[in-house]
Design a protein around this ligand. Sequence first.
Ligand code: ARG
Length: 466
Amino acid sequence: MSNEKQTTEKPWGGRFSEPTDAFVERFTASVDFDQRLYYHDIQGSIAHATMLAKVGVLTEQERDTILQGLKEVQDDIEQGRFEWSVTLEDVHMNIEARLTDKIGITGKKLHTGRSRNDQVATDIRLYLRDEIDIIASEITRLQQGMLALAEREAGTIMPGFTHLQTAQPVTFGHHIMAWFEMLSRDYERLMDCRKRVNIMPLGAAALAGTTYPIDRHLTAELLGFERPTNNSLDSVSDRDFAIEFCAFASLVMSHLSRSSEELILWASAQFNFIDLPDRFCTGSSIMPQKKNPDVPELVRGKSGRVTGHLISLLMLMKSQPLAYNKDNQEDKEPLFDVIDTLKGCLKAYGDMVPAIQVKAASMEEAARRGFSTATDLADYLVVKGMPFRDAHEVVGKAVAYGVESEKDLSEMSLGELANFSEVITEDVFDVLTLEGSVNARDHIGGTAPAQVRKAVAAAKEMLAVR
Ligand code: ARG
């Protein structure tokens, strides 16, 4: 029997007397999905080998041989020359076996003072940290698109809704800036999550730490981590950071889903507030007239999928005793799918939002039809000295008359309005117009076009220093 194992054999095969059952081999393998960690796995190994040489566990020559070998393995993977083997279970053992094929016995020294348990936890954190940075810039790009749209439509009037019933006139730019606020909170949550992702478990080894004189601060520094983790048992079992990320993603998706619902309503013939460019829509194979808002509908649909993955991860972790359990291998597919789905939705939204075409006349008409300035009339009566509850009653009667006579408040004559209260005079028409109504809400957070423009300017400054 040779001492050299071939790559078809298990690196852990020493104590086993028969080969793994073929089905069990497939069933327990993760290489089909964890190979996407290859780059970060190699980065982790480079740092680990560098540290081992610094503390004298590897010679400098061994280190250089390993680093050269890892570089070749990376090239093989990136040039499509790497054959992933299910027998070798996961990305970690595949890469290590290929390294040993290339450089011989020195390759077997790479795993000194390390376990796949701390290795995989490190890989996921490194991978997720990079994805977080990509997602952060996608959020910023989408927010920039929102600002462009809000600025363009700062003075465009639409009905604001509560209970999906016309409430008060608002500006379309103000509505879009509400979306912007949701994403600003999401961005902050992501940055906060990143802090807890960016801590290094490597050095925990299997669960208890290692007998070698490792320098975890050095490895952490080489990998750009904030610091090493504090407890080895926690290090290999903690997946809180992945759950937090999925919670962040679920909330973003919930926000995009709400915006999608609005876009779908607004694009309908019944609302007729906006047009989505054809490139974001599809048609029907049977109804020739159809132009369907597929992008917002799919985003709305995908929000359920992302939240589902969040629940999967919470359930995955909730009953696991310390420290590492094979259950943890199930963390990857949900997490990866959340990342892919979220990036897809942010990309689609980032492209679509600045291209939304607003039908300003139709929006304004809808605002006029819904008695949206009724509160303004009540406020007018209060200014003239009437208690608010009485004013509410007076305006209610005026609206009832409007419904019956099919007239908006602003379409009634002074004579008609004065029937409801003698304090109403000619100046009432200043507050009954839609412009008067939105312009009057001229304080921080209000819907006045001037305030929307201020909000956009402040938001631009905020994005500039991200
Ligand atoms: N493929 C494993 C995972 O994804 C790597 C760690 C395996 N560790 C072990 N002791 N079996 O979690």
